[in-house]
Design a protein around this ligand. Structure first.
Ligand SMILES: Nc1ncnc2c1ncn2[C@@H]1O[C@H](COP(=O)(O)OP(=O)(O)OP(=O)(O)O)[C@@H](O)[C@H]1O
Ligand SMILES: [Zn+2]
Length: 647
């Protein structure tokens, strides 16, 4: 591509020099002066006489010196007038036409240059060429032949409903004519909706794999180009290719890139995208020849799509691919564990329990990380220890062993975490505290982890209030031990989360008696920026004040409860701090011992009491194993390492 441009430039330079040398072949004995100097001398009245001989001009100056110069290739229409005005004697006449070659060159050079530049850019946009210069509007869809696709339904785990929904498509693709004969409605478009990494692409590919049909994939953003009309022609081209390969599947990832509501763009000027979308709608309507093509599109923002896309005959079917539940996670883990040599102690169901909120992609990553830990440790098989390490790393960031903490800092972190843990154990309906650690990870100084019995899909009022109490446990512990003046900023994330829960309880979940079960906050996850700035339009000042009061009351109540619990259990707090200083991480069994005020607490599992902190594989039948990032304490103001409870 760059070569192309250079080639044109070289040609241009060669041509130029050819013209230059054109008239230069005679009279070279005399001195030669360039044309501009000659023209200047005319203006300065230095020239006495000129003699034209085709393009060669012999000049005699008033001081009788003489030299030769040449007419420029393009001729100079003003030259004769200038000479006459300057009273110069003129012999012969300048040629009227520019030289033939010159005229060709002059009229074509800009064109050639333009074409050269145009080709150059097209090649650039094409991203690697190979298809020739004119494939600008060709679709970028990648096609996989039916024998290239190895994915089947067996590779997609944990989304049985979604699989059930799409099974029919497989039947259809296997024999489209059978469906048509029966007059059945032929599916054309399927919209897969779900958060990132939940296996939408995987499921689409599995449909192709099961039906043994070709699979075209393209991303919505591939249609978006800066030139109007390009996206639309790509869409046309893609459908043309697909028609030739039918029955087949077209998979459009991130359809929202083209499918956003028309006319919704800020600042207008979205002609190109709208044209592309219109073309897609036209193709989806598919008058003839679309039989046997199923278009599957994926998005995690179905709400922003243009309603026209969702009309009957287009993407009229939605398949929801959600985050997997415990059982789903277990199955997904098993799918990915098939590829790694496992130790006998590995228990997928235990890992699944400890990874709520993980997507399929996260779980695939977990297995991969565990395998990497095993490889680093020169192990033959991947055991539970590696899964544990991988999980902690993914949830909380890598351990920052290098971070130096002073003894005081460690002690205050230990008190802080002990505060969280003790409250967590003593308030009702709280997820069991399973692990407490003062090893810094990511931006967190320490961490308290909870293990939910099952994935919670909704939360009770009691659970939420307990949550608020345990979140304040950390800060309260610091305050009780060191006094109000010495409290650190480490609790900023705790405070943020507690406030968030309390506010939602009042404004969204209807837990305030004074305000009643009404929605006071606008829905979050707004599409448009700036909405939340102008929040609560429909709210009077009095209501806003009442909300603040109610939130305040809720927080005060739970703060005081937490404070009382810590005051009553000071001795446990000191003991837990000591244990944390010694072991850095304490497990559920140790926490049990501490809570029961045992004088001697057991060492952590796998602890070899010679200062070695290496953990060993935990027993499989015992529940306390999988952490849920919670009560993580931020070093800095903002911390996004953990998940919030959601109702
Ligand atoms: N249900 C699942 N079963 C098995 N593996 C899964 C599942 N979901 C995701 N994965 C793993 O995660 C990887 C990424 O998933 P995939 O690309 O299909 O997600 P996606 O929903 O299309 O994500 P995105 O919206 O980000 O494109 C897959 O290649 C697979 O290894
Ligand atoms: Zn904290």
């Amino acid at each position: 591509m760059a070569k192309n441009l250079i080639l044109w430039l070289v040609i241009a330079v060669v041509l130029m020099s050819v013209f230059q040398s054109f008239g230069t072949n005679s009279n070279s004995a005399k001195g030669q002066v360039d044309y501009t100097t000659f023209v200047r001398q005319i203006g300065q009245d230095q020239i006495k006489e000129v003699r034209f001989n085709d393009r060669e001009i012999t000049v005699t100056k008033r001081d009788n010196a003489s030299y030769v110069t040449y007419l420029p290739v393009a001729n100079d229409p003003k030259l004769l007038d200038d000479l006459i005005n300057a009273n110069v004697q003129v012999q012969g006449t300048p040629p009227e036409e520019p030289s033939l070659l010159a005229s060709i060159f002059i009229s074509w050079f800009p064109m050639l240059l333009l074409i050269g530049v145009w080709i150059f850019f097209m090649r650039q946009m094409q991203g690697g060429g190979g298809k020739g210069a004119m494939s600008f509007g060709k679709s970028k869809a990648r096609m996989m032949g039916e024998d290239q696709i190895k994915t089947t339904f067996a590779d997609v785990a944990g989304c049985d409903e979604a699989k059930e929904d799409v099974k029919e498509l497989v039947d259809y693709l296997r024999d489209p004519s059978r469906f048509q004969k029966l007059g059945g409605k032929i599916p054309t478009g399927v919209l897969m909706v779900g958060p990132p990494g939940t296996g939408k692409t995987l499921l689409a590919k599995a449909i192709a794999g099961e039906a043994k049909v070709p699979f075209f994939t393209i991303s919505g953003s591939d249609f978006v180009e800066m030139f109007v009309g390009v996206g639309a022609s790509r869409v046309r081209d893609m459908f043309e290719q697909a028609k030739k390969a039918a029955p087949c599947i077209i998979f459009i990832d991130e359809i929202d890139a083209v499918g956003r509501q028309r006319g919704a763009g800020v600042g207008g000027g979205h002609d190109e995208r709208e044209q592309t979308l219109n073309q897609m709608l036209v193709e989806m309507d598919g008058f003839e020849g679309n039989e046997g093509i199923i278009v599957i599109a994926a998005t995690n923002r179905p709400d922003v799509l243009d309603p026209a896309l969702l009309r009957p005959g287009r993407f009229d079917r939605q398949v929801v691919v959600g985050l997997p539940d415990v059982r789903g996670r277990e199955q997904i883990l098993k799918v990915h564990m098939r590829k790694v040599p496992l130790d006998g102690d590995v228990n997928p169901s235990l890992i699944a329990r400890g990874t709520p909120g993980f997507s399929g992609a996260d779980l695939a990553n977990l297995v991969n990380e565990a395998a990497l830990f095993a490889a680093r440790g020169d192990k033959r098989t991947v055991s539970m220890v590696e899964f544990e390490l991988a999980k902690d790393k993914i949830m909380m960031g890598a351990e920052r062993k290098s971070m130096v903490m002073s003894e005081e800092q460690k002690a205050s972190t230990a008190y802080h975490e002990a505060g969280h843990a003790i409250i967590g154990r003593l308030v009702p309906d709280h997820d069991p505290v399973y692990k407490v650690s003062i090893i810094p990870r990511g931006r967190a100084l320490g961490v308290t982890m909870y293990l939910p019995e099952q994935d919670r899909v909704s939360h009770s009022r009691e659970f939420l209030e307990s949550m608020i109490s345990s979140l304040y446990g950390g800060r309260l512990a610091e305050e009780l031990i060191y006094g109000r003046e010495k409290v650190s900023t480490g609790a900023s994330n705790d405070i943020e989360r507690a406030t968030d829960i309390a506010r939602k309880m009042v404004t969204q979940w209807g837990f305030s008696d004074k305000l009643g079960p009404l929605l006071y906050a606008e829905d979050e996850g707004e599409v448009f920026l700036g909405r939340s700035v102008t929040q609560s339009k429909h709210m009077s000042d009095d209501t806003a004040k009442l909300i603040d009061t109610e939130v305040r009351i809720l927080i005060d109540r739970n703060y005081q409860r937490a404070r009382q619990i810590l005051v009553d259990n000071m001795d446990i707090m000191h003991a837990m701090k000591d244990a944390l200083m010694k072991y850095e991480t304490i497990d559920a069994g140790q926490i049990d011992d501490l809570m029961e005020r045992k004088s001697e607490i057991r060492p952590p599992k796998g602890w070899i009491d010679d200062g070695d902190t290496l953990r060993n594989a935990p027993e499989t039948e015992l529940a306390p194993d999988e952490p849920v990032g919670d009560g993580i304490d931020a070093l800095s103001e903002k911390d996004d390492t953990d998940s919030k409870p959601q109702a």
